[in-house]
Design a protein around this ligand. Structure first.
Ligand SMILES: [Zn+2]
Length: 357
C-alpha cells in the first residue's frame, strides 16, 4: 500500500542552503505537499496533506508567501488535482503557518469550501484579530510583567507584523470537536483534541493506515513549544496552562496505535513513542534548569530566558519567554516555585530543593 520514494531536496531561500528530508510515505489516498518555509527558524518545511481521490480534503494550507499558491497548485497538479477539487480544509490549529492560505485557496477553487478548526483556535483566524496585527494591550501587559526591555518588545512587534502579512482572515470557520469524524474515499479521520501548542490544537487520526496528522503537536527534529496563551480573555478555559495541557495531550497520543506521524513541519515520524519520551526528558531537564536558576535569587521571566537562551534571534524571543513562563507555571503547580514580587516585572523564586523534582 505504502511506498517510500527517494529523498527530496527542499531549498530554504532565506538561508541559501538545501535541506534533505525523507519523502513522506504516500498511499493511494494520502499525499504530502512540501513547501519551503523561509523566516520560521528551524521549522524547515511547511507540510500540507491531501486526502481522497477527488474531491479532496486538505489538512492545513501553509502560510501565504508571494508564490505559495502557485507552488501548491503545481504540486496538486502533479497529483492530478487542482483547487476546484478541494471539498474541505481541516486545520490542525490556528497559527498562520497552517491557515494562512485557506481563504486564497477557497477563492482559487471558485466555490465555497468549509474550513474546519477547533473552536478554541477560531479567534486567531478572524478578521478582527488579524487587523489588530496580532498584538493587543494584553500582550503589552505581559511583556511588562515578563520584564522585557523595549528593544525585545519592538522585535516581538516586528515579528507580529511579519506574521500578519502571511495570512488572510477566514470568515466563518466551522468549529470542530474532539471525536468528530471526517471521511472521504479511502480515508476516515478522527479528530483528537491535543491542546498545548495552542488551546485548539488537534491531531487527526486516519484509522485505516494508522497515520496520525499531528500539526505542531509532535515534530521530529525539534521539541515543539507549548506556547503560553497571553490572550486569556479569549479562551474558553481561563485556567488554561499550555505545558500542563501539552503533557496531557502527549499521553493521549502515546496511547494510539500509530504507524507514521505526519507533522506540519519537517519529516514524517516512525517512532512516536520514542519521540514522546525524548520530549518528556527535555521538559524535565528544562524544569530542573529553571528551578536551579531561581534558587539563589528571584528572577524575571526575561532574565531567565536570556540566561537559558543566550544570543537568541529575533524570531525566537517570544518562544523563549513562553518556554520559561510555561515551565514556571508547572513548577508553581507542583509547589516548587512562587511569585516573590508581583511586579511588573514579576519575580519568581524557588521553593524546596532541586532534588525533589
Ligand atoms: Zn507550525
Amino acid at each position: 500500500m505504502t511506498s517510500i520514494r527517494p529523498n527530496r531536496a527542499v531549498r530554504l531561500r532565506d538561508e541559501s542552503r538545501y535541506v534533505i528530508i525523507r519523502e513522506f510515505p504516500q498511499t493511494d489516498h494520502i499525499r504530502a505537499l512540501v513547501l519551503e518555509l523561509p523566516g520560521f527558524g528551524d521549522l524547515l518545511t511547511s507540510n500540507i496533506f491531501v486526502l481522497g481521490k477527488g474531491p479532496i480534503t486538505l489538512i492545513d494550507t501553509g502560510p501565504k508567501f508571494p508564490n505559495s499558491l502557485e507552488t501548491v497548485r503545481s504540486q496538486l497538479n502533479g497529483h492530478g488535482f487542482d483547487f476546484p477539487d478541494i471539498e474541505r480544509i481541516i486545520l490542525t490549529h490556528g497559527h498562520i503557518d497552517h491557515f494562512g492560505m485557506a481563504s486564497l485557496m477557497e477563492k482559487a477553487a471558485g466555490h465555497p469550501i468549509p474550513i474546519h478548526l477547533h473552536r478554541d483556535d477560531i479567534w486567531r483566524t478572524t478578521r478582527e484579530y488579524i487587523k489588530e496585527g496580532l498584538w493587543s494591550e494584553e500582550v503589552m501587559d505581559f511583556t511588562r510583567s515578563a520584564g522585557m526591555p523595549e528593544f525585545a518588545i519592538d522585535r516581538m512587534k516586528r515579528r507580529s507584523a511579519f506574521f500578519k502579512h502571511l495570512c488572510d482572515p477566514i470568515d466563518g470557520a466551522i468549529p470542530m470537536e474532539d471525536g468528530e469524524i471526517f471521511s472521504g474515499e479511502g480515508f476516515s479521520l478522527e479528530v483528537i483534541h491535543t491542546p498545548g501548542h495552542s488551546p485548539g490544537s488537534c491531531c487527526l487520526y486516519e484509522t485505516e493506515s494508522k497515520i496520525l496528522f499531528t500539526g505542531d503537536h509532535i515534530i521530529r527534529h525539534i521539541t515543539p513549544n507549548p506556547i503560553m496563551e497571553v490572550r486569556k480573555s479569549l479562551l474558553s478555559d481561563p485556567d488554561y496552562q499550555s505545558l500542563r495541557s501539552y503533557e496531557n495531550s502527549l499521553a493521549r497520543v502515546e496511547d494510539l496505535d500509530v504507524r507514521y506521524a505526519f507533522s506540519g513541519h519537517g519529516e514524517f515520524i516512525d517512532d512516536v513513542k520514542g519521540l514522546i519520551s525524548r520530549y518528556r526528558h527535555h521538559h524535565e531537564q528544562r524544569k530542573r534548569q529553571i528551578h536551579e536558576a531561581i534558587r539563589s535569587r528571584s528572577r524575571s521571566i526575561y532574565d531567565l530566558a536570556e540566561e537559558l537562551f543566550p544570543g537568541i534571534p529575533e524570531s525566537e524571543i517570544f518562544l523563549a519567554v513562553s518556554e520559561v513562563h510555561s515551565h514556571l507555571e508547572v513548577l508553581m503547580n507542583n509547589g516548587q516555585a512562587e511569585v516573590a514580587q508581583p511586579g511588573p516585572p514579576a519575580l519568581f523564586q524557588a521553593v524546596g530543593h532541586t532534588s525533589h523534582l
